[in-house]
Ligand binder design. Structure first.
Ligand SMILES: NC(=O)C1=CN([C@@H]2O[C@H](COP(=O)(O)OP(=O)(O)OC[C@H]3O[C@@H](n4cnc5c(N)ncnc54)[C@H](OP(=O)(O)O)[C@@H]3O)[C@@H](O)[C@H]2O)C=CC1
Ligand SMILES: O=C(CO)COP(=O)(O)O
Length: 319
């Protein structure tokens, strides 16, 4: 039977491993830290407290002992490049499924393009879509997209990684899937800012819609299929993340909008991605005013009031 490894025991990696282990397939969760505690207590108290790990889920802190063919990389986006560089020999020849959302600041690449550059001789894929780790771990139903460039790989991995509560759809449009997942976090910070600053639900809806237009514009420029952006990994995840306080990106926006401090030590992928995409759009001369606004606020180059004024005073134009 095909065995699966999930690398990175954060909230998402742990939730995926729990759901996959319940299918009966052999699943190993690799943790950089805290593996012994998880093994002893059968719970990831640091990242996903209150959820019991299935007895069949294997916990490992030795990457070199894992023999699975399919490896899910569930480390944060800004760590993916370093992780791949450090483990090139172990990752070569495997199915590598990126489970992170974002654009790498150093290279301006998404997860699939980054993995391909560092480990060309592997099968590359990305898993993305609307799904909070706590929902997956609570066995609630979710639907996500599994993209890989070759249709047979996309379908094979879709079938392998679907579970009782994770319904996967396959795609070959890796660029569209990873850009939708990366950019929705930036738009969610904007949505949170609008609510936190008391601008109201109508302003949030406007930012979500115009933000979605920016995501689609950039994705098309980079060769993605606009239909992908209208799917689970684009529109679906944008809606979820911009409307739920379970989202760390939305919650960061709420705090900033209310004039509070940014929370520390939490994975908020939209922060680095806003900067990476703002830089990318400037060099490609693509108009992404909401992304630029968020990058400027996060960089403390603009206040929320200044950024909103700048957005609203742009020349009027057809929709
Ligand atoms: N949480 C969620 O609901 C969802 C998250 N995602 C995506 O999943 C990705 C991971 O997020 P999430 O699980 O929430 O993050 P968490 O903050 O919960 O955990 C991050 C994990 O990554 C590990 N890690 C960080 N750097 C490295 C490294 N260099 N090598 C090995 N392990 C490393 C950390 O290990 P350590 O504990 O040792 O620091 C930690 O276990 C993000 O891209 C996020 O967008 C996608 C969908 C849902
Ligand atoms: O990607 C997610 C839901 O699909 C999780 O969002 P946050 O990273 O904002 O918590």
């Amino acid at each position: 039977m095909n065995s699966i490894a999930v690398l990175g025991a954060g909230a998402f990696g742990t939730a995926l491993a729990i759901s996959l282990a319940k299918t009966g397939k052999p699943v190993t969760l690799w943790a950089r830290t805290g593996g012994a505690q998880m093994q002893a207590e059968r719970e990831n108290t640091r990242r996903l407290a209150g959820v019991r790990l299935p007895d069949t889920l294997m916990i490992s802190d030795g990457l070199e002992t894992i023999s699975a063919q399919t490896w899910l990389l569930a480390v944060p986006m800004q760590q993916l490049g370093q992780f791949c560089h450090q483990n090139v020999d172990l990752l070569r020849g495997r199915d590598l499924v990126a489970c992170c959302k974002g654009i790498d600041l150093a290279t301006q690449l998404g997860p699939v393009a980054l993995m391909r550059r560092i480990i060309p001789d592997a099968t590359h894929a990305v898993l993305s879509g609307p799904s909070f780790a706590v929902d997956i771990a609570a066995n609630l139903p979710t639907a996500l997209t599994l993209a890989s460039p070759e249709p047979k790989d996309a379908q094979r991995l879709r079938d392998l990684l679907s579970t009782q509560n994770i319904r996967l759809y396959s795609s070959v449009d890796c660029t569209g899937v990873e850009l939708g997942g990366a950019l929705k976090n930036v738009i969610a910070i904007a949505a949170g800012l609008a609510i936190g600053a008391g601008l109201g639900d109508s302003a949030r809806a406007a930012l979500m819609t115009r933000g979605f237009a920016e995501v689609t514009r950039l994705a098309q420029h980079l060769g993605a299929d606009p239909a992908t952006l209208a799917g689970l990994s684009g529109f679906g995840d944008l809606v979820l993340t911009c409307t739920s306080q379970k989202s760390r990106n939305f919650t960061l926006g709420l705090a900033l909008g209310a004039g509070e401090k940014m929370p520390d030590h939490i994975t908020v992928e939209g922060v680095a991605t806003a900067k990476a995409v703002s830089n990318m759009a400037q060099s490609a001369q693509i108009d992404l005013p909401i992304v630029h606004m968020i990058a400027a606020i996060l960089d403390r180059k603009a206040t929320v009031a200044q950024a909103m004024d700048a957005l609203l005073s742009r020349p009027l134009k057809p929709e």
